[in-house]
Design a binder for this molecule. Structure first.
Ligand SMILES: *Cc1c(COP(=O)(O)O)cnc(C)c1O
Length: 372
């Protein structure tokens, strides 16, 4: 006798903590904690959702055929090797479930996407964290950490939460250095925001190399986070494995339609991209001028580092900004207790955050105390 028991590793799981979205006593807040797009999606995507609302009683295309065709055409890929998911999170989860289990290891950067250790634990596997190098992934460190038990290497590039990136040559070196039994999952969630000449979204490598699976999302630069839609691309066997274990209707019809419409509106995506690049430069320069260390970013957010001096710490800055309605991401769980991650917001939000931060840095102890 006894109560129903989950798999032993489930009890030790720590859940993912999403970006804060509320402050007690404040009606309106600027949520700059989840890397959502301040410009929203293409108007064509909104229209597609409105049109889709007339067909909500019908199951979606289980294979997201039209969207996969559109993705493949846009990126010059094979539609048969595109697989869609309820956000790229869905695909990362399926990969971990399919390829790793108890006794296996999943390797990723310490300052990498916070879901990676959770995905490893969900599968009953061990998460092996490798120190970053200059805020990006350390290819030599990752290769040194890989053992015969390593099933998956997760690499977010650009990296979340630091915003740093690895050039294409480093990605290629990593893929070439891994044993054949290890899958490299190249998580390019911020590919559309990157502008470094030597950055690659990984599509070519995922097409040519047998051990690379690329994941992409419509949540960030495309501004469709609410719809949960992303996609992946890899070799035929990997894609077949995912298709076998995913839920048959894992992506909703309005999401498929909106993503296809967003993809077709590259003019809008270009505007978001330009806006993102312009304001991340501005924020980087201004925050540095205000005395903070800021990581060079290729994403729609910037990571800044605060002094450890009482009255000027990241934790205190986070509280100071939250009390004024600006929610950033403080990541002590990942060992970044001296840093805050700021999602690029609207022009008004960006300017206001900077003003508040300058005030905080100028007179933090007094200002904080006088407000109780
Ligand atoms: C946001 C994010 C994802 C997941 O996005 P979805 O909304 O699930 O598509 C994956 N990887 C990284 C690095 C991210 O920042």
């Amino acid at each position: 006798m006894g109560s129903p028991r989950p798999n032993p590793w489930v009890n030790s799981l720590a859940p993912y903590i999403p970006g804060q979205s509320r402050v007690d006593g404040l009606e309106r807040v600027a949520k700059l904690s989840a890397n959502e797009s301040p410009l929203g999606p293409s108007p064509a995507a909104r229209e597609a959702v409105a049109t889709a609302s007339g067909m909500l009683h019908v199951y979606p295309d289980p294979d997201a055929g039209a969207l996969r065709e559109a993705i493949a055409a846009h990126h010059g890929l094979d539609p048969a090797r595109v697989v869609c998911g309820a956000g790229s999170d869905d695909l990362l989860h399926l990969i971990a479930q399919a390829y790793a289990g108890p006794g296996d290891q999943i390797v990723h950067s310490r300052y990498g996407f916070a879901m990676y250790p959770i995905l490893a634990h969900m599968a009953g596997a061990t998460s092996v964290q490798v120190e970053n190098r200059n805020w990006a992934a350390d290819v030599d460190g990752i290769l040194a950490a890989v053992t015969e038990k390593t099933r998956i290497v997760f690499l977010d590039n650009p990296n979340n939460p630091t915003g740093a990136y690895l050039p294409a040559s480093e990605l290629e070196r990593l893929a070439a250095g891994l044993p054949e039994s290890c899958l490299l999952v190249y998580d390019a969630a911020y590919a559309e925001s990157a502008d470094a000449a030597d950055y690659t979204d990984g599509a070519r490598l995922a097409h040519e190399a047998g051990n690379v699976f690329m994941t992409r999302t419509f949540s960030k630069t495309y501004g469709l986070a609410a719809l949960r839609i992303g996609w992946g691309y890899g070799n035929t066997e990997t894609v077949e494995v995912i298709n076998r274990i995913r839920m048959p209707f894992n992506t909703a019809m309005p999401a498929q339609a909106a993503a296809a419409a967003a993809l077709a509106d590259q003019a809008f995506l270009g505007e978001v991209r330009e806006f993102t690049i312009r304001w991340r430069r501005w924020l980087t320069d201004e925050l540095r001028a205000a005395g903070l260390e800021v990581v060079d970013s290729q994403t729609n957010f910037v990571l800044m580092r605060f002094p450890r001096k009482p009255g000027a710490t990241a934790e205190e800055a986070n509280r100071y900004l939250a009390a004024r309605g600006f929610l950033l991401r403080w990541l002590p769980g990942q060992g970044l207790e001296d840093c805050l991650r700021l999602t690029i917001g609207t022009e008004e939000q960006n300017r206001a955050v900077l003003t508040h931060l300058r005030e905080f840095l100028a007179g933090a102890p007094r200002a904080a105390a006088s407000r109780g």
